[in-house]
Write a protein that binds this ligand. Structure first.
Ligand code: MEV
Length: 309
């Protein structure tokens, strides 16, 4: 048996715009998925026969990385699914990691490439942000240009994304999960249709790209007031792109007075917000009081790891 674990992620700036080739900044969070693979007499996931429709990411991961005898796959996750915290990326990365370890071919860059192919296939359109953040851990800056801290480059059609290591200062974020499950694929499609049909959409994408680079500088200086202002501007632009949701507004209203800034993280449409604050306990209580699920996250931990048996 081989086991691998991989973290969820939090996008600080740049979700959706990154699918159009703009930069993004993401960090690993201390919520993980552990996947184990075992040679077996039939393909199964958590004890049930594997079905491509129900186990889309795992089934695609096996197609991408395995051509041996049937495998049973078991997963254990502390990341709420559809929460915007990268649960499907972490499932994909940990499964691919375990398969490559079983084949004696484990290597972070190979995991990141294969995991991106799987997300792209399942979601039909994706950037490598979630899968590379889960693979590398710490923080990553995704950029159309090659910069300091370069890790790897991922290409799809005419697009390319350069993935860079990014030091993540000790910033405290509270995640507020709305409880509204919001799969990424349809939201990415909705933004695509808007951007292709409306000049305002294109402008919003361009401005988000600029915010990311300002935000990377503010992260390097741990400049919380500047980060907070940029988070709020990024959030408004995401709402213009059509991925806001009443459940998100409710959580933001509950805590904004105690925060430097807050925004959607991930695909939106429900999912989660992140709030940058010096008062995580008070913010958590405010989020709970309006029916959200608060999670105080530590950012910047390990990426994909082969677990000792
Ligand atoms: C989802 O976590 C992030 C999106 O930008 C999609 C992607 O980058 O693949 C919405």
């Amino acid at each position: 048996m081989r086991s691998c674990s991989a973290p969820g992620k939090m996008i600080l700036f740049g979700e959706h715009a990154v699918v159009f080739g703009k930069p993004a900044l993401a960090m690993a969070v201390d919520l993980r998925v552990k996947a184990s693979v075992n040679v077996s007499d039939q393909y199964s996931v958590n004890g049930h026969p594997m079905r491509a429709r129900h186990h889309a990411y795992i089934s695609a991961a096996l197609d991408e990385a395995w051509d041996g005898p049937p495998l049973s796959v078991t997963t254990k996750s502390s990341i709420p699914s559809g929460s915007g915290l990268g649960s499907s990326a972490a499932v994909t990365v940990s499964t691919i990691g375990a398969i490559l370890a079983e084949r004696g071919q484990f290597d972070a860059e190979r995991v990141a490439r294969k995991a991106f192919e799987v997300e792209y296939l399942v979601q039909r359109r994706a950037s490598p942000t979630d899968t590379s953040a889960s693979t590398h851990g710490s923080g990553i800056l995704v950029s159309p240009d090659r910069l300091d801290g370069f890790l790897w480059r991922i290409e799809k059609g005419t697009q390319e994304w350069n993935i860079h290591h990014c030091d993540v200062r000790k910033l405290t974020f509270v995640v507020g999960y709305t409880g509204v499950h919001a799969p990424t694929g349809p939201l990415v499609q909705k933004v695509k249709e808007f951007v292709e049909s409306d000049a305002e959409g294109r402008k919003a994408i361009d401005r988000i790209g600029e915010i990311v680079m300002d935000g990377a500088d503010a992260v390097a200086q741990a400049d919380k007031p500047r980060l907070g202002a940029l988070m709020r501007e990024n959030h408004s632009l995401l709402c213009e792109l059509g991925v806001g949701h009443p459940s998100i507004d409710k959580l933001i209203e509950s805590c904004s007075e105690m925060c430097y800034g807050e925004k959607i993280t991930g695909a939106g449409g429900g999912g989660s917000i992140i709030a940058l604050t010096d008062a995580p306990k008070d913010v958590s209580e405010a989020i709970s009081a309006v029916g959200g699920r608060p999670i105080i996250v530590r950012v910047g931990g390990s990426g994909v790891l082969v677990e000792r048996q």
